[in-house]
Write a new protein. Sequence first.
Length: 158
Amino acid sequence: MDAKTKKLALIGAAVVAVGAGVTLALQAFNDNLVFFFSPTQVAAQEAPMGRTFRLGGVVEPGSVKRLEDGVTVTFGITDTAKIVPVQYTGILPDLFAEGQGVVAQGKLDEKGVFCASEVLAKHDENYMPPEAAKALEDAHNAGVAQKRAEAAANANRS
């Protein structure tokens, strides 16, 4: 091999090594990427099955049930439009309560139950994650618009 060929081979090897490193880094980033979904989006099957994501909203009042093992809890998360059943095994945060904002991280199972691996409760009465607040507002606005449309349709029938 002459000097020019060696130089080209070295440059080619460097390009392949950098390309492989970038590919591995992007794949690791993609595997650790966790998206946020609202209960309405989960009910519309927009959330990925078998992949970790975050579900946020409000703990449905009257839905918290503790199973006999003492560490498994089931409850519903709602955005006022839809409710997603959640199952969590572990110790819940001290601020976890019915009617309070919550974000859970986990996966949907084949039955449509969200199996949470982590539950985060809001830290004061004014805080809610921006994604959860927007999801609640969007669901509320959609519900108000639907009620107005129904009222208008009922008025036209009279």
